[in-house]
Design a protein around this ligand. Structure first.
Ligand SMILES: Cc1cc2nc3c(=O)[nH]c(=O)nc-3n(C[C@H](O)[C@H](O)[C@H](O)COP(=O)(O)OP(=O)(O)OC[C@H]3O[C@@H](n4cnc5c(N)ncnc54)[C@H](O)[C@@H]3O)c2cc1C
Length: 491
């Protein structure tokens, strides 16, 4: 069946009918902005659930997040979107700012004075590193400059300046909490742009970090660094979708776009046995899907997108009777450096971190662990029950928690997080250049300028601006990717 011509170029603010492919937070944010710009909008979502990696769920009758659970509030995009769609009253900061790191055989307080694990001086990380590791940090001041060129792996640069221990015991678990990646592969320019800038302007990394810290203090940014949402971050895409529908946008679930063709004055989007006509298309899907859809009209961009790799992981959510749990360490949970050879990579004590979870059932205690990261996905082949058992074993070793949970849920995120290896920013610039040559086409989402929710929203906003002819945001994002932080246990 062929759909009626749905192009409406003249009466919709010049944008006409825009089809957004992907109903994750990037696609929904794009749809929301497109409606504000006067377009007629159709969102296609392949699955039967909106939100992608944002997933509000439930365990033992308590609402929880089964995917992303917090968003950086020091960037405006995500909290602004939440407010725009009526969630302002439900924004909630974490109940605790402290966390721990399970390293060298003990849970140790996560140091506070660092930039993605890199301290301004050795004393800031005393307690986490060995005496030798602390001594090595001091050598940074005496070392000759380290060449960073156009980009360098975070781990490589930091290890050269302040030693491998800082990378293995601090940078790696913190970066892993965001990218589920490998610090010795991840691009410093794309993933920690502040450190890349510091590396270009300072010979000493610790001095560069102190400079970043001084500027942050001088900027007097107040308010919480992270925000959650009462009911779950998973409420955000649902509220955005509600707002999109309320303003006349159409959202089709269970509708995968199988193909895309540029035609004389617009686009044809192929969905099962019918197609949709559009004046413009926003692609808000993970890189492999975007690659397939762009094969015909932007083969160069498709080839670049095919090269973007992803890490898979699983989240294991466990609910206990609070009375069975006994005393757990204070704080939001702990991170685990891979170098220690444990299976879990982190644990978030959700009932201690989020007031809205604790309040739902004071007799229940909810926590979650994560398993799997780039290059270390063997445990993901295990059945759910084994992932629960392994989590319990590691939790017992870290915290002494012996109790049996009353409920468990394993959420698998295959291809959950795109990896940003060295040179990622250049790849994104090439993709954007090739996409920009095709009229009425824009891309957004986690594969490009940052994996965190604010970065995804920023890329959605930039994609819409690009369609309206304003390229400044896309250029700015390509040149200066957004640092993606989110409130994993260690933040
Ligand atoms: C386990 C986990 C925890 C995370 N925690 C946090 C956190 O606490 N804070 C934070 O800021 N970030 C976090 N992130 C990162 C962040 O959640 C994601 O990067 C972000 O949500 C990605 O949004 P997106 O819209 O780009 O893509 P997605 O969420 O992947 O959405 C893309 C959508 O497109 C759909 N789709 C795919 N192909 C097609 C097609 N052909 N046609 C139609 N639809 C299609 C998919 O079904 C999906 O719904 C986490 C990520 C994971 C995996």
């Amino acid at each position: 069946m062929r759909a009626a011509d749905t192009r409406t170029g003249t009466d919709t603010g010049g944008l006409g009918h825009v089809v957004v492919i992907g109903g994750g937070i990037a696609g929904l944010a794009a749809a929301h902005r497109l409606l504000g710009a006067g377009a007629r909008v159709t969102v296609l979502e392949a699955s039967h659930r909106l939100g992608g990696k944002l997933h509000a769920g439930e365990i033992a009758g308590v609402r929880v997040d089964l995917g992303a659970e917090s968003m950086l509030a020091r960037r405006p995009e995500a909290v602004a979107l939440a407010r725009e769609v009526g969630l302002g009253d439900r924004l909630q900061p974490p109940a605790t700012a402290s966390a721990a790191i399970w390293t060298r055989g003990a849970l140790r307080p996560m140091p506070k004075g660092h930039v993605m694990g890199v301290p301004g001086d050795a004393s800031a990380v005393a307690g986490v590193l060995s005496d030798e590791g602390l001594r090595r940090i001091e050598e940074d001041r005496e070392l000759p400059p380290t060449e960073v060129g156009d980009d360098i792996a975070v781990g490589e640069y930091v290890a050269r300046r302040v030693g491998r221990e800082v990378v293995d015991r601090l940078v790696e678990p913190l970066l892993g909490g965001v990218y589920a990646g490998d610090a010795y592969r991840i691009s410093m320019r794309s993933a920690v742009p502040q450190l890349y800038e510091a590396a270009r302007t300072h010979t000493s990394l610790t001095e560069g970090v102190r400079d970043i810290q001084a500027r942050a203090a001088a900027s007097r940014q107040t308010g919480p660094v992270f925000m959650g949402i009462d009911g779950g971050i998973g409420q955000l895409p649902l509220a955005v979708a509600e707002s999109v529908r309320a303003r006349g946008g159409e959202i089709l679930l269970g509708c995968a776009a199988h193909g895309l063709r540029r035609v004389e004055d617009g686009w044809e989007v192929y969905v099962e046995d019918w197609d949709l006509e559009a004046d413009a298309v926003v692609l808000a899907v993970p890189a492999p899907h975007a690659a397939r859809l762009l094969e015909h009209d932007a083969p160069g961009a498709a080839a670049e997108l095919r090269a973007v790799e992803y890490a898979s992981m699983a989240l294991i959510t466990l609910a206990y009777r609070r009375a069975d749990v006994g005393a757990l360490p204070d704080g939001s949970g702990f991170l685990v450096p891979p170098v220690d050879g444990r299976t879990i990579k982190a644990s978030t004590f959700a009932s201690q971190k989020w007031g809205w979870i604790a309040e739902q059932d004071p007799d229940l205690f909810v926590l979650r662990t994560s398993v799997g990261r780039y290059g270390d996905e063997k445990d993901l082949g295990r059945p759910d029950g084994e992932l629960v058992d392994i989590s319990r074993r590691d939790l017992r070793a870290a915290t002494g928690l012996e109790a049996a949970p009353v409920a468990s849920a394993v959420t698998r995120w295959d291809g959950g997080l795109p990896q940003y290896p060295v040179g990622h920013h250049a790849r994104v610039a090439r993709i954007r250049e090739q996409v920009g040559r095709v009229p009425g086409l824009a891309v957004c989402g986690a594969a490009y300028d940052g994996v965190g929710i604010p970065a995804c929203v920023a890329s959605a906003n930039a994609a819409v601006d690009q369609l309206t002819g304003d390229l400044s945001a896309v250029r700015e994002l390509t040149a200066n990717p957004v640092q993606s932080l989110h409130g994993g246990a260690g933040e």
